[in-house]
Design a protein around this ligand. Structure first.
Ligand code: GRF
Length: 224
């Protein structure tokens, strides 16, 4: 177990990683994915399933990272036997230092691609450059609409409802320095109903997210 003075705690250690490797990864021939999540992790759950069922081919989720200690995503990962890392921002002097630390961990775990799944931090340059064109995100709107700074969670759906648009959906995009501005790889559309609340709309979109993200990831990593 790594200690807090190292700047983080790693609950499931190397043994867990080896267990995962033995089960899912023949090192080298498997693409190693890391998922960064801050919340409940329903997208993470769909990615775990997709790896298991082969919707995402020849890949393993080798590490799940969160900036929130109580993120249910971490519990889901632990239950699936995936190593987890909780990294507390306040233990670092700057966002860059924090991200450099994450980058080092991703390097230790030999991560090929980073998947953001409800990760509520903006990644800084050193991280983005290290994983240029290898970080994907899913956003719960039809980008470029209803994206950008402070557009996350219920705010997105509330804005969609207030704008009285007839459809919304989700977008998978490559992560670049521009928030929600990287190339869009895929989208799924849902209707916005007259009596929708942000909760009902979010739930309708999440169903699509859970299908779209795994399929898009599979296509993306196959091409690389
Ligand atoms: C999803 O709506 C996703 O589009 C957005 O954050 C939310 C994460 O939900 N980026 P969950 O934690 O995967 O349930």
């Amino acid at each position: 177990m790594l200690q807090k003075q190292d700047g983080y705690s790693c609950e499931a250690g190397i043994e867990a990683e080896m267990a995962v490797n033995n089960r899912h990864c023949k090192l080298n021939s498997f693409t190693r994915l890391a998922v960064l999540a801050s919340g409940s992790g329903t997208n993470l759950a769909s990615l775990i399933d997709a790896v298991k069922t082969g919707i995402i081919e020849n890949a393993a989720i080798a590490l799940v990272i969160s900036n929130k200690k109580d993120a249910y995503a971490l519990t889901r990962a632990e239950k699936a036997g995936i190593p987890i890392l909780y990294a507390q921002r306040s233990l670092f002097n700057s966002d860059e230092e924090y991200d450099l630390f994450l980058k080092k961990k991703l390097n230790d775990y030999k991560i090929d691609f980073v998947l953001l799944a409800g990760y509520l931090r903006i990644l800084t340059k050193p991280f983005l450059q290290a994983y240029e064109n290898r970080i994907l995100n899913i956003h719960p709107s039809l980008l470029p609409d209803f994206g950008g700074k402070d557009m996350y969670g219920t705010k997105v759906h509330q804005s969609v409802i207030e704008a009285k648009v007839k459809k919304s959906g989700c977008s998978v995009h490559v992560v670049t320095e521009e928030i929600d501005g990287g190339p869009v790889l895929s989208q799924a559309t849902v209707p916005v109903m007259p009596d929708d609340t942000s909760e009902t709309l979010a739930a309708r979109i999440l169903i699509e997210e859970h299908k779209l993200y795994p399929k898009t990831i599979n296509e993306f990593i196959k091409d690389k």
